[in-house]
Design a binder for this molecule. Sequence first.
Ligand code: C2E
Ligand code: MG
Ligand code: MG
Ligand code: MG
Length: 290
Amino acid sequence: AAKAAGKNCVRTTGEALDRVVDRRARLARDLPDAIVDGGLSLALQPIVGVEEGRVLGLEALVRWRHPELGDVPPEEFVGVAEDEGLVVPLQRWVLGAATAALAPLLAQGRDLELGVNVSVRHLQAGCLAADVARALAASGVPASRLMLEITESVLVEAEDRVERELAALREAGCMISIDDFGKGHSTLARLSRLPVDVLKMDRDFVAHIEDDPRTAAVVASVVELGRTLGLDVVAEGVETPGQLSVLRGLGCRFLQGYLLGRPVPTADLPAVLAAPYAGVLDGDRLPSQV
Ligand code: C2E
Ligand code: MG
Ligand code: MG
Ligand code: MG
């Protein structure tokens, strides 16, 4: 029986592996068309200023609804794009769509910044700065409105070429943020030398901020670090009023998370921007009312 079960087990694992390989191959095959044929969309999530009591920025998050497989998580298909040499066309699409979504809001006189996630492969390809410049020119969005979000792990291993691209983007007037900060292991020495403007604190910290005093202490020191280095600190993944009030108490001035607003399609942005954030921040309004 044990032998049969063992055999069964091996077979099940084999089939599961086949399914993973099949799915990946399928995504790799279908992604190029999705990029050029309108298969992708953007969701935009608000970033809220505690002191300002309003939406200061929007993070663009790419979405792909596969006709048969349904919604594919961005982490999965961005990974496929990176492995298949598709990341440059993918990111060009994101940059074009995100700046096109922001432009009419700026034209209405709204004061908003735009966060776009960047892949290290695009940095390594050496054309990110040029692709950003093209998207800004096409949309009329000023460079000073664009923040490029780069994960911490990228910066740890940053090569000369990556650093040159980052420097070029910053010279052009864009902002750079370190995404998922605290998840990786950048050294403080390195951080102080990097050309960055914003730290986006990983949501794992926020998730444990209420029940673990050590986490709260770490968050407090990240906020302090930001102050010392002149970097804004954004807390990601704020889901509860309790988390919000601890973060405020620790002096964290910029918040992002489901409590303040889920990522929404471009069409829903006017409603998000009209939401009464001051009320949420004062704690007298439930998230479901936003
Ligand atoms: P990220 O850049 O750290 O984006 C934040 C993620 O956290 C998003 O997931 C967002 O929907 C989710 N999130 C926001 N608030 C909350 C919350 O309160 N609770 C929880 N549990 N989650 C929250 P999403 O959209 O699934 O994206 C996942 C990751 O995929 C992103 O993490 C980013 O690394 C990557 N990604 C998304 N769009 C792009 C893109 O256009 N290009 C690249 N290269 N990567 C992208
Ligand atoms: Mg991000
Ligand atoms: Mg993040
Ligand atoms: Mg992430």
